[in-house]
Unconditional design. Structure first.
Length: 270
């Protein structure tokens, strides 16, 4: 009698594998869609903003003429131009009023954009003043007769002084109206060292001043025939110092200096 497979576990029939289900979107599809959206955003969103920004214009100050170091900058040296603001330095000067009346701290050339470090509010260095001469004013030196005549060697570059003349014939001193306010460029020692270059010691032998050509002739005359004394009028802010010089310039405009040699009475009668 055969009991067959009595007592053994029935064998499970293997199930057929399920067909893989289809996902709505594959990872590649999602990545592709994201890339397309980003491309559209860049094309129609970011790019126009960038283009709009780079196309922005701004007015700035530019030189239309060369200006040597030490020379005062006038409106005739400048022009306002409209340029693209992209990559334009933030500190470029945009207002001409911030430039006119300043001095060139270095040689400036046509087409240069202007920055604060290229300008100076004064030009007290003797070299700066001399380099800035343009013909309207000249530099002339006169002797310092003695220690007291040069304000005990205390004159500084940029000082405003009055010139005192001693009249040997009349035994009196006076300040000529033509030389009431003049600007000191520098004092210089016998060794040729200017005030702003003296390290220590050194007594001033001459005083160099900034004057008109006619004032220079007058000073040269006084320097050869009499003793010149300097008295300090003002030392300080450039604007105030310039105001004194303007008073002097206005006087000279209304009362021109005549340095023509005077004819003798005999010549006049002849």
């Amino acid at each position: 009698m055969s009991f067959g497979n009595f007592g053994s576990k029935p064998m499970k029939t293997p199930k057929a594998p399920k067909a893989p289900g289809k996902k709505p979107f594959s990872s590649r599809t999602v990545i592709g869609v994201i890339c397309i959206v980003l491309a559209l955003l860049i094309t129609f969103g970011v790019a126009p903003l960038v283009n709009r920004f780079t196309d922005q214009k701004v007015d700035i100050v530019r030189l239309k003429a060369d200006v040597p170091r030490g020379q005062i900058i006038t409106a005739d040296h400048l022009e306002i131009v409209n340029v693209g603001s992209y990559n334009l330095p933030n500190n470029v000067i945009k207002d001409g009023k911030a430039v006119v009346g300043k001095y060139a701290a270095t040689d400036l050339y046509t087409g240069d954009y202007l920055f604060a470090n290229k300008l100076s509010t004064d030009n007290k260095s003797a070299d700066d003043v001399l380099l800035g001469l343009g013909g309207e004013k000249v530099a002339v030196s006169v002797n310092v007769a003695n220690f007291a005549a040069g304000l005990s060697d205390k004159l500084e570059n940029g000082d405003i002084v009055s010139v005192i003349i001693y009249d040997k014939d009349m035994y009196t001193s006076y300040i000529p109206a033509e030389l009431k306010y003049v600007k000191v460029i520098t004092t210089t020692t016998n060794e040729g060292v200017d005030k702003d270059e003296i390290v220590e010691g050194g007594k001033a032998a001459t005083v160099t001043v900034l004057v008109t050509p006619e004032q220079a002739e007058l000073l040269a005359h006084y320097n050869s025939v009499t003793t010149i004394h300097f008295t300090l009028v003002y030392r300080g802010e450039t604007d105030k110092a310039d105001a004194y010089i303007k008073v002097q310039d206005d006087y000279l405009k209304n009362n021109p200096i005549d340095n023509t040699p005077k004819e003798t009475e005999e010549e006049n009668n002849g």
